[in-house]
Design a protein around this ligand. Structure first.
Ligand SMILES: C[S@@+](CC[C@H](N)C(=O)[O-])C[C@H]1O[C@@H](n2cnc3c(N)ncnc32)[C@H](O)[C@@H]1O
Length: 279
């Protein structure tokens, strides 16, 4: 499928901005994705400056960061998400900290000059939704280009093994079509539930992709759902009245979420890289 056809599908799939706004705080697996990303963000945030939230959807991270007085540029493919973010930023009284609300693709960031941002985010899978490995590499080069020397980039994507090991029952329709099942398991770009055009990454594949962009040094690779990746909802049901067990579970997650096999079995993978040169 061509990139622009895939982008049209992605736009449609994400046109419910309210649903996307609630995603990171409603379902517990996504809450863990959010909390873990924030944990690492706090470790790598610059003292001040400009942040690009690329593929930032309705702006959960943008608004969080605007409240900390950073200058934010939010870009997303979906006009509905961008409109929602604008309204939400007004409601939360941080609109003044936004430099831009822009509808666009991470594939082409020519609107922004080289070496502009003190931090670049591309979280929750925008890179996974881009069709074709060449386009994904181009987007990554764009994200690198607009970042300043010595700044960090946070890129999170959907994981192949983590994703496939959860929703087999949910994905009954995909799996009963043999060709499709083979595409899913062999890591070709594919449609999920006939709605999301997606590429699911493995740990090794991500490292290979990042190694193709000059000037990026991988700092950390994290399985955002850690050990509990695939069965998190079940853990919650089982542990919800036992604070001690819950605390220990979170501690266990924290101890192992950077181990490659755990990273691969998590549903989302976060890569933190440092830009080591001036473009
Ligand atoms: C699951 S949401 C993640 C939103 C937010 N970054 C987060 O971490 O919660 C994926 C977002 O990526 C956007 N997206 C997908 N492909 C994109 C592209 N090529 N360029 C810009 N945004 C894209 C979608 O419109 C959607 O808002």
């Amino acid at each position: 499928m061509q990139r622009n056809q895939a982008e049209a599908l992605t736009k449609k799939a994400y046109n419910d901005a309210k649903k996307e706004w609630n995603r990171l705080i409603k379902r517990q697996t996504h809450m863990l994705e959010f909390q873990t990303t924030l944990h690492y963000l706090e470790m790598f945030l610059p003292r001040k400056g400009r942040i690009l939230d690329a593929g930032g959807g309705p702006g959960r991270y943008s608004i969080y960061l605007a409240k900390k007085a950073y200058r934010i540029s939010l870009l997303d493919l979906s006009p509905e998400n961008i409109e929602f973010a604008k309204k939400q930023a007004k409601i939360e009284k941080v609109i003044g900290n936004f430099d831009e609300f822009m509808v666009g693709s991470i594939h082409d960031l020519s609107h922004f000059e080289d070496n502009t941002f003190d931090l670049v985010l591309c979280t929750g899978g925008p890179l996974s939704h881009l069709a074709g490995s060449r386009n994904r590499l181009k987007a990554l080069k764009e994200l690198e280009r607009v970042a300043k020397k010595n700044s960090y980039l946070f890129v999170s994507v959907m994981s192949r093994w983590g994703t496939l090991s959860v929703p087999y029952p949910k994905a009954h329709f995909e799996i009963r079509r043999t060709k499709h099942a083979i595409r899913l398991i062999s890591g070709e770009d594919t449609m999920w539930k006939q709605k999301y055009y997606t590429h699911y990454f493995t740990y090794d594949e991500l490292l290979e992709l990042f190694s193709k962009v000059e000037g990026l040094k991988v700092m950390k690779v994290i399985g955002l759902q850690g050990l509990t990746g695939t069965w998190f909802e079940r853990y919650i049901r089982k542990f919800k009245n036992d604070r001690k067990a819950w605390k220990n579970l979170m501690m266990m997650n924290e101890m192992v979420r950077e181990i490659p096999s755990v990273v691969d079995s998590s549903r989302h993978i976060l890569v933190i890289v440092k830009k080591t040169r001036k473009t």
